[in-house]
Write a protein that binds this ligand. Structure first.
Ligand code: DAH
Length: 353
């Protein structure tokens, strides 16, 4: 056991190097591995011979055997790595792989125009201190009608063709987001009773509503509204007009002239139809039907009966409400001429936004 590490390793290193240029490189490497590192290999033989050596030589012989084992292991691993890299390069060259070409882009969706406008309005209103409320689409007849001063057999029920969900008529698909007014007002009354409420209370309720009606370009069984509700002390029509002008300025990006006409809705008194000066023309166009006015925002002061029903004293509290036709607004904003397109799910339509 007088050989140096160098003299033991050199022939093995040479075999490994030679293997790399051969077709069956991995087979040759495996063979070298078997003859050196495996059971019955050179390293094992060196270790087995140690007990036959004179005592003082044993530590050096053990050290040398282990060094040899380490050197072979490393040389084999490096050779295999070089082989793998070369194989990958060959494959890339052959398959036309080009790492500098741009990758394939994953298809990416966009915001539905209804969602985009809703978010914009939510931003606008929350910046003015409003909260965003939600309510169920399957609603009780009570919240949708009765609490809003529309009793059973009242002719005003005919204004909205209703999808009824049970034979007794207790459950409906909500016909308007005004249903959430009743829910909001009742919660508010609880807060007032608990002494937690500091007026005013301001909320908007964007959402889906349903009407059982024949569909055409301007009627759809499912569409979107955004209710607004403000409750406080001494709320007047002046507050209502101010809020509506801010809303229109936010939506159209400039001052929009408005006019109020009387309008009948059982849950407001007085009630109005608010018209906006057509933002698209000066002398009449197809959007405003040549009138230069667009009927956009029914609104009014919350009816005392509604406040009372929901637990708020009308002598003390007052408020205003509005019902923005969100689907209609989106159509105006983007020049969409058929409401049925909005919920059609037709990608040819949606991809335009
Ligand atoms: N809910 C009514 C509808 O869908 C619209 C409406 C009118 C809402 C007047 C209001 C309002 O808040 O004050 O026909």
């Amino acid at each position: 056991m007088t050989e140096t590490l160098e003299s033991l390793f050199e022939p093995i290193r040479a075999r490994i190097a030679a293997a790399e240029s051969q077709e069956s490189a991995e087979d040759v490497l495996r063979q070298v591995e078997r003859e050196t590192l495996d059971k019955g290999g050179v390293v094992a033989a060196l270790l087995a011979a140690i007990p036959t050596l004179p005592g003082p030589e044993r530590p050096l012989a053990g050290k040398r055997a282990n060094e040899l084992k380490g050197a072979i292991t490393l040389a084999l691993a490096e050779a295999r790595e070089r082989l793998a890299t070369r194989a990958m390069e060959r494959e890339r060259a052959g398959s036309g792989f080009d790492a500098t070409l741009p990758g394939q882009r994953a298809a990416r969706g966009g915001l539905h125009p209804l969602v985009a406008v809703t978010r914009e309005l939510e931003d606008l209103f929350t910046s003015m201190g409003y909260v965003v409320l939600d309510g169920p689409e399957i609603e009780t007849d009570y919240h949708n009608f009765e609490a809003l001063n529309i009793p059973r057999d009242h002719p005003a029920r005919d204004m909205q063709d209703t999808f009824r969900l049970d034979p007794e008529g207790k459950l409906v698909l909500r016909t308007h987001t005004s249903a959430v007014q009743a829910r909001g007002l009742k919660r508010l009354a609880e807060e007032v009773r608990a002494g937690r409420f500091a007026p005013p209370f301001r909320a908007i309720v964007p959402g889906k509503v349903f009407r059982q009606e024949t569909t055409d370009a301007s009627h759809e069984h499912t569409f979107h509204q955004m209710e607004g509700l403000v409750v406080g002390k001494d709320i007047s029509v002046g507050h209502l007009i101010g809020a509506m002008k801010t809303l229109l300025r936010g939506v159209f990006g400039r001052e929009i002239e408005i006019r109020l006409r009387p309008g009948y809705f059982p849950f407001v008194e007085p009630g109005f139809e608010l018209d906006a000066r057509c933002p698209f023309c000066k002398e009449g166009c197809s959007v405003c039907k040549r009138s230069t006015w667009i009927e956009l925002l029914p609104c009014g002061l919350v009816h005392p009966n509604v406040l009372k029903e929901c637990g708020l004293d009308p002598e003390e509290w007052s408020g205003f409400a509005f019902g923005l036709g969100l689907s209609r607004l989106v159509m105006l904003r983007y020049g969409i001429d058929d409401v049925r397109l909005l919920l059609s799910g037709d990608l040819r339509f949606l991809e335009q936004f």
